[in-house]
Design a protein around this ligand. Structure first.
Ligand code: UDP
Length: 239
């Protein structure tokens, strides 16, 4: 693991080692994927925009007391993050019905949920990221009961603070996905990214989709939507 060497290449980002063994450099890519990698495209400018938006959310969340891996944004496409061991779970929090919840429940897209739903998916490309119950997770020792409870609580806290922030910008936070990692001391940190690739954002007045569903559903103007999210957030002085 020499500084500058590639540690991991994901669908939307590359991870590189740095001089500091506890720090990684993340480089955002312009690639977009959906449906477990079956749909692929290059969207010029997406990497730069997600780097900006993700940095902004991580800074905001840190201020709101949500521990996360973000250290600093160092260039248009790159940020430094704390090295963590990723917990192989995707934690999804939902406020309204969309995507796979719509398929699973048969409820109309946009139906407001009586209370937020927290779901766990097992991170496995091979298996297509299946929905897991807490018993599956315990039986496979993917996380301890304490870690599970902590991920649920942090997910709901992120939902509260990001949901409020977005609503102030005239945007509904429909749902989002988080990933967590353990630092060298075993402390759970929010990791990966928070961006229109990983959240559903709808305009509060028009319900226009301002996120990756524009790519998934071929709605066009993906970059325009991501830029709109950035512009509205940037208008806020404290984020
Ligand atoms: N999500 C994600 N990565 C995934 C799966 C889901 O970032 O691999 C996000 C997605 O953008 C949405 C939320 O998690 O904000 C819920 O996604 P859903 O389960 O509805 O699946 P999708 O429709 O994205 O396949």
């Amino acid at each position: 693991m020499k500084p500058g060497e590639l540690l991991y290449e994901g669908k939307a980002k590359r991870l590189y080692f740095t001089e500091d063994p506890n720090v990684l450099r993340v480089k955002y890519k312009d690639s977009a994927t959906a449906f477990n990698g079956q749909k692929k495209a290059t969207i010029a400018g997406k990497g730069e925009m997600n780097n900006r938006i993700s940095a902004l959310f991580f800074r905001f969340l840190k201020e709101a007391g949500v521990p996360n891996h973000f250290i600093d944004k160092i260039s248009d496409l790159e940020q430094l993050v704390q090295k963590v061991t990723i917990v192989p779970l995707e934690v999804v929090v939902r406020n309204r019905v969309a995507g796979t919840l719509q398929k699973r429940t048969g409820l109309a897209e946009g139906t407001v949920l009586k209370q937020p739903i927290v779901e766990f998916y097992y991170k496995s490309d091979e298996l297509g990221d299946p929905l897991f119950t807490e018993d599956h997770i315990r039986a496979m020792e993917l996380a301890t009961p304490v870690q599970l409870q902590e991920m649920r609580e942090i997910g709901l806290r992120v939902n509260e603070v990001v949901g409020k922030l977005m609503l102030e910008q005239g945007i509904i936070l429909v749902d989002f996905k988080l990933e967590f990692g353990l630092d060298s001391e075993g402390k759970l940190l929010l990791a990966d990214e928070v961006s229109p690739d990983t959240c559903r954002f709808w305009d509060a007045d028009t319900l226009e989709k301002l996120d990756k569903d524009r790519f998934r559903q071929d709605l066009g103007n993906v970059m325009g939507a991501y830029q709109e999210i950035y512009n509205r957030l940037e208008g806020k002085s404290h984020v």
